[in-house]
Design a protein around this ligand. Structure first.
Ligand SMILES: Cc1cc2nc3c(=O)[nH]c(=O)nc-3n(C[C@H](O)[C@H](O)[C@H](O)COP(=O)(O)O)c2cc1C
Length: 372
């Protein structure tokens, strides 16, 4: 073994010892990169210490109990996905902050204190395999329906959801009702912290309530929650501040931002650059960049690995906090290239891991093959 190779392996070993991430698989250890790859490098974000740059993004499983509690099936699912210890950060599926914000059957709940015991088990399963665990919390706003919740959907304005033209017209939230939503998010974050998660992520993308406030397509308010982008992220900032108050200064808050609606009159990347800076100033630890009213894909779906890279790259240039890029990435080499190009600091891989629980093991090992 050459001297640089010995030195590199020694550095990697010390790093593993310090981060408590000694690889479980000897095979992988033998294949450790001679030159360190960005995807394998640790990252500090606030007080989060990620052992590498690979993120499993939130993906709804519809495996919770009927009342939204953590089920055996959910525990088994996250156990299977994290086994092998290759994923630095797992963001669990969107969980409703109050019953009116639920969007689908068997969705996970963070809406009352009775769910905390189950959430503890969920955080434990993810931690057992050496990944950090963040819980994504959500309110569906006008995407919810009376069929699911037994209640009228609500939204910033009394207009049907931009993706459901001619659909139900939601109830327009009053200011006191907005205050109630802020408390619901804060209490949900408190439960997430009590359950032992390492942080909480606000779902502010894919057309759900926080995104409905952010998008001019769904927010037609004339008060200080509508109009310019500052007003359209007022609710987000109030939620962040309320979470801070209830969870303390140290609990990491992430924001999944729908950074463009890709639609005339919708959210633009220029607004999202400014919003991203406002989130950074409010103490957010990581920005998780995705699309807006178009959901998690780009209209016309070009299928390119990292199809939101133009959005994440633009935002990364404006902020000092880490940025996650997710979408269309199915090979570690592409993740590595996107990191090298400065498109993001962390890479989310969703469907590839959903379809193959051994994806991370195989792909991270493949990064290190054929090196001289
Ligand atoms: C089955 C499924 C469920 C999803 N659920 C969520 C969710 O709960 N919250 C969220 O922000 N995104 C959700 N997404 C979007 C993913 O997090 C991700 O952004 C998207 O799948 C694109 O990444 P990929 O190409 O790596 O799969 C979901 C995607 C899938 C396929």
């Amino acid at each position: 073994m050459s001297i640089p190779e010995v030195a590199s392996r020694l550095v990697a070993f010390v790093q593993d010892m310090m981060l408590g991430t000694v690889p479980a698989s000897k095979k992988f250890y033998k294949g450790r990169c001679i030159r360190m790859k960005l995807l394998l490098e640790p990252l500090k974000a606030g007080n989060l210490l990620l052992k590498n740059r690979l993120v499993m993004p939130p993906m709804a499983t519809s495996k919770a109990d009927a009342d939204g509690k953590v089920s055996r099936a959910i525990l088994d699912y996250y156990d299977e996905k994290t086994r092998g210890g290759r994923i630095g950060l797992v963001i669990t599926e969107h969980s409703f902050v109050n019953p009116q914000g639920k969007v689908s059957p068997n969705q996970l709940s963070v809406a009352d204190d009775s769910v905390v015991e189950g959430l503890k088990e969920l955080a434990d399963v993810i931690h057992r395999h050496g990944s950090l665990a963040v819980s994504q919390i959500n309110h569906a706003g006008s995407v919810s329906s009376a069929e699911i919740t037994g209640l009228a959907p609500l939204a910033p304005s009394a207009v049907s959801h931009p993706n459901k033209k001619g659909g139900t017209v939601p109830h327009e939230l009053t200011k006191p009702e907005i205050g109630g939503i802020v408390s619901d998010f804060a209490n949900a974050a408190r439960r997430v912290k009590e359950a032992g998660f390492d942080g909480v992520e606000l779902h502010a993308a894919h057309g759900f309530l926080l995104h409905q406030f952010y998008s001019p397509l769904s927010n037609l308010r004339a008060d200080d929650y509508g109009g310019n982008w500052e007003n359209r992220i007022r609710l987000h900032l109030e939620v962040i501040s309320a979470i801070r108050k209830i969870t303390g200064d140290d609990f990491p808050i992430l924001v999944r931002l729908g950074a463009s609606d890709y639609r005339e009159g919708g959210v633009t990347i220029q607004e999202s650059e400014a919003a991203a800076q406002a989130f950074e100033n409010s103490g957010v630890s990581i920005l998780d960049i995705s699309g807006g009213m178009n959901g998690s894909s780009v209209p016309g779906g070009d299928g390119l690995p990292g199809y939101f890279a133009p959005l994440s790259s633009a935002i990364k240039k404006k902020v000092g906090i880490p940025v996650i890029l997710t979408g269309g990435i199915t090979q570690a080499q592409d993740a590595e290239r996107l990191l090298e190009e400065g498109a993001a600091d962390l890479i989310g891989v969703g469907r590839a891991i959903l379809n193959d629980s051994g994806w991370a093991e195989k792909e991270l090992a493949s990064l290190c093959q054929n090196q001289g």
